[in-house]
Ligand binder design. Structure first.
Ligand SMILES: [Zn+2]
Ligand SMILES: [Zn+2]
Length: 171
């Protein structure tokens, strides 16, 4: 399927916005236009109407994300680092009503007051993050997607905590 030229330029997840070539997987051409959402740092969000799926290491816990994400970005903070045992954690902010969980129920732990983390009770994979300060959305791990390349991070958080040996392309 040959890509089509479009004038819709907000999609950085799938479409080549420089050449305005619409990815065959993008559904923006038929998506209704709505006011842009804002991410954690107030930047324009990715407009993305695909349905994405993901799962934990053992496959007991699964999630589906539908429609646009509020943000996709890398976090370098120490809390994320310890929670995932990884130098950087890439988050997808997903509005409530646009995500579902299937499979086994998650195990929850309040990692600090007002911050809840959900895990697979079988394999221990972190599955999501909820916080009282973000009452309308849940944060999922981009690395758990069946196709992690289906999203493109556009934000970066807590760069002041980035590890010296963590070299990466800045979004
Ligand atoms: Zn699991
Ligand atoms: Zn963090």
């Amino acid at each position: 399927m040959a890509p089509r030229k479009v004038t819709y330029s907000s999609c950085t997840a799938l479409c080549d916005v420089t050449s305005l070539v619409l990815s065959p997987r993008c559904r923006h051409a038929s998506a209704p236009r709505s006011p842009p959402l804002t991410g954690l740092h107030g930047q324009s969000s990715i407009r993305h109407m695909e349905t994405l799926t993901g799962h934990c290491l053992c496959g007991s816990c699964r999630f589906t994300l539908t429609g646009p994400h509020n943000f996709v970005g890398h976090c370098h903070c120490e809390s994320c680092r310890r929670a995932t045992s990884s130098p950087v954690t890439t988050w997808i902010g997903q509005e409530n009503g646009r995500w579902t969980l299937t499979g086994d129920a998650l195990v929850h732990r309040e990692s600090s007051p007002g911050n809840m983390r959900g895990f697979c009770g079988t394999c221990g994979s972190p599955m999501y993050f909820k916080a009282d300060r973000y009452p309308n959305e849940v944060h999922f791990y981009a690395a758990l997607l069946d196709d992690p390349d289906a999203v493109t991070p556009t934000d970066e958080y807590h760069r002041d905590e980035r590890l010296a040996w963590m070299h990466m392309t800045e979004p």
